[in-house]
Design a protein around this ligand. Structure first.
Ligand SMILES: O=C(O)CCC(=O)C(=O)O
Length: 283
């Protein structure tokens, strides 16, 4: 198997730091993914809230290993993993997956950040890491779709720290300069679409003030050759067993086993990320 991206999309990713793949999962597959993620007790039992500066929350669940659930199989499918291996230049492993669920009228915002702004502190030496966000609902400007800064992965890693409120984000002074120079793209997606993005791509999202739910699932990968040097709550290199693309459809409504997935109910920041961007520790 090989990447699902054509040469133009591949070049888009290199230039922009992201590429949107329409219909990464088809209607039947998406229906299974959505229902499994909505109903799986493994996910429901591990919901936690991530609040924005005004107190509105994104409901989240996070798991370290993909397992045999229908969404675990999606994260292990050739179409996703082979594409990641092409983007990251070699074997990858599953670093974690997460549900980011914004409920109608009350889903919280995310401040500008790079994923490598966090993952750097987990002992990952190289930014050989990337994610794919899969839309479980339609995502648009009204319900808080992901926004990405085109080309921002070329800026390198930006300092991250605690921002007003409780979120850790990228240095706002630098971000303000970057968005003067580069385009902010609203990644509006239909259910089943997938946005592949580089770990240094700046991204954020608005609150969901609309009557429409915005649930998305993110599958995150690290290059096998980038095994972290620090122990962290995300895994060291763990070989990933790929599955054929039809495994998703064939799985039916299959849930997680719970112990294999390693669900987590919190995502604690390391001490380096418990300081403001000016370096002041926060209580
Ligand atoms: O779901 C969102 O809008 C943003 C999620 C995100 O940026 C993250 O999990 O790092």
């Amino acid at each position: 198997m090989s990447t699902i991206l054509n040469a133009e999309q591949r070049a888009d990713y290199e230039r922009d730091g992201f590429v949107l793949v329409r219909g990464l999962f088809d209607g039947d597959e998406l229906a299974l993914l959505r229902e499994a993620i909505e109903k799986d007790p493994g996910i429901r039992d591990h919901f936690y809230n991530r609040k924005d500066a005004s107190g509105l929350a994104t409901k989240m669940a996070l798991w370290n290993h993909p397992g045999d659930s229908v969404y675990g199989l999606a994260a292990r499918s050739h179409r996703v993993v082979d594409t990641m291996e092409d983007l990251l230049g070699g074997e990858v492993y599953h670093y974690h997956s997460k549900l980011t669920a914004k409920e109608p009228f009350e889903g919280g915002a995310w401040e500008w950040h790079q994923d490598y702004g966090y993952w750097y502190h987990n002992g990952c030496v190289f930014p050989y890491m990337a994610s794919v966000m899969v839309a479980l609902d339609r995502t648009d400007r009204n319900n808080g779709c992901l926004q990405v800064v085109r080309g921002s992965h070329h800026c390198g890693r930006i300092e991250h720290g605690v921002l007003p409120g409780e979120q850790v984000g990228a240095d706002p002074v630098r971000v303000a300069e970057i968005v003067k120079r580069m385009e902010v793209v609203h990644a509006e997606m239909e259910p089943g679409d997938g946005l592949f993005f580089h770990c240094n791509t700046l991204h954020r999202s608005d609150q969901n003030r609309s009557p429409n739910r915005r649930w998305t699932v993110l599958f995150c990968y690290n290059a096998a050759r980038n095994n972290p040097y620090l122990e962290h709550h995300h895994p060291f290199y763990t070989p990933l067993e790929k599955v054929p693309d039809d495994a998703v459809r064939n799985a039916g409504l299959r849930f997680a086993s719970g112990d294999r997935e390693g669900f987590r109910s919190v995502s604690a920041n390391p001490p380096e990320l418990r300081k403001t961007v000016d370096g002041e520790p926060v209580a």
